[in-house]
Each structure stands twice: as structure tokens, then as C-alpha cells.
Ligand binder design. Structure first.
Ligand code: BG6
Ligand code: MG
Length: 221
């Protein structure tokens, strides 16, 4: 098999943190008097912290200077960190640990490719940081998904060529980033939404090494 590495997005693929992002943004939007629903929160998946704030300000038709933006993004992040600081290993999404173990036994590298600057904190909090051969996160990139930077960096860190990597992603911007990197992409979520992915599963509990091999084969046809 020519797959040498699997690169996982974090939020929405390995752990369900969207609910904590929502609670923290909701607290901020309530304070600012901006209407903000769970449906609006969907637009923030895979989007960087500052770009998320821009979307929220657009919803509320509100203008802010750069200093205020930084202040409010920091406030939101402090509330978010309060939530993720209480996460437990039970919040690792079903099937993740089993699939990653199978990959390691097959000598396939496992890496993280996430836009989140809180990646290390979350991985430590749920006790899985040791599983990864490399971690590329929001702190080491200058361009957000759909730019391929985070996935290219993850591939470089594990010494694999993009063509030998498979990305697992739950956000549209992330699927595009993987394709822009020249990697195979497995969407995690709804096939109706993640239409550009080579293959879609509803969760990593649907993944096995055998399936990985067949996805690889099909995507090369
Ligand atoms: C992504 C999330 O993984 O990380 C986004 O899907 C989030 O919702 C982004 O905005 C940045 O996260 P953080 O933790 O750096 O604010
Ligand atoms: Mg995600």
C-alpha cells in the first residue's frame, strides 16, 4: 500500500469540541447583542478563530477595530479553555483509538493537522497526545485552511510525500485544504455536505485498515 501516513483534523474528527466553541461564542454574542444560533455555528467549523469572529461580526452587522477584535477573540478563547479544561477521555469520538492502534501496528504514521491553537491542550486533556508522530497546529501555520499549509507541514514532519498521505476531515475548508495539498481526503460527517471528499464516513468507527486500503485503491482509479 502506498499510504504511509494518516493525518487527522482534531475538532470534529477525534473530539467533539464544536459544542464548546458554540457555548463560548454564544456567551460573547449575547454580550454583544448579536443573534447567534447552532446553525450559524456550523459556518465556523474548520475556520480560524479570527475568521470566526469576522463571520460573527458580519452576522451582527457590527464593526470593530483590530484591537477590539483581539480583545474579544481572547475573551472567547478564555471561556473556551474553561470548557476544554474539563474534557475527559470519554469525549474521544467512537472508533478513533481502535483505528489509530490498527494504523500503528501496520507501521503507518499518524499525525494531526488542525487549525486550532489549543490542539496540545486538548490532546493532553483527553490523554492521547502520545499517540501522534507529529502535530501540526494553528500555532505553526500562517495560512488557514483551505490553504494546504497545515497538511503539508504535517506530512513533512513525518517524512512522507503528500501523495502518500490520507487526510480525515469534517469541515469543507479542511477537505479543500487536503485536496489542495494533493492528498486523498476522507470526509468525516455527511456525504451531502462533504461532496468534494474522495470518500465519506459518518465517524472513525466506520474505518478499518482494510477500508483504508480500498479507499486508496479507488481514489487512484
Ligand atoms: C478548528 C475549529 O479546528 O479550529 C474551528 O473547527 C476553530 O471552529 C479553529 O475556530 C480555531 O480554533 P482555536 O482553538 O485556535 O480557537
Ligand atoms: Mg474539524
Amino acid at each position: 500500500m502506498s499510504i504511509h501516513a494518516c493525518i487527522f483534523d482534531l475538532d470534529g474528527v477525534l473530539v467533539d469540541t464544536a459544542k464548546y466553541h458554540f457555548l463560548a461564542w454564544k456567551r460573547l454574542t449575547d454580550q454583544l447583542g448579536i443573534p447567534f444560533t447552532e446553525k450559524d455555528n456550523e459556518r465556523l467549523k474548520g475556520v480560524s478563530r479570527m475568521d470566526s469572529l469576522e463571520i460573527i461580526l458580519e452576522i451582527g452587522d457590527l464593526k470593530m477595530d483590530p484591537r477590539q477584535k483581539t480583545e474579544y477573540a481572547t475573551l472567547k478563547n478564555n471561556w473556551y479553555k474553561d470548557y476544554i479544561g474539563r474534557m475527559t477521555p470519554d469525549e474521544i469520538l467512537p472508533g478513533c483509538l481502535e483505528f489509530i492502534k490498527e494504523l500503528k501496528l501496520a507501521d503507518i504514521k499518524v499525525a494531526i493537522g488542525s487549525s486550532s491553537k489549543n490542539t496540545l491542550m486538548i490532546l493532553k486533556q483527553v490523554g492521547i497526545i502520545e499517540l501522534f508522530d507529529a502535530i501540526a497546529d494553528g500555532n505553526i501555520i500562517s495560512k488557514a485552511k483551505p490553504d494546504p499549509e497545515v497538511f503539508i507541514k504535517a506530512a513533512n514532519m513525518v517524512g512522507c510525500k503528500p501523495a502518500n498521505c490520507i487526510v480525515f476531515e469534517d469541515a469543507l475548508a479542511g477537505v479543500e485544504a487536503a485536496l489542495n495539498a494533493g492528498m486523498i481526503c476522507v470526509g468525516v460527517g455527511s456525504a451531502k455536505v462533504l461532496t468534494k471528499a474522495h470518500f465519506v464516513v459518518s465517524g472513525l468507527n466506520e474505518m478499518t485498515l482494510k477500508k483504508l486500503k480500498s479507499i486508496e485503491k479507488d481514489s487512484r482509479l
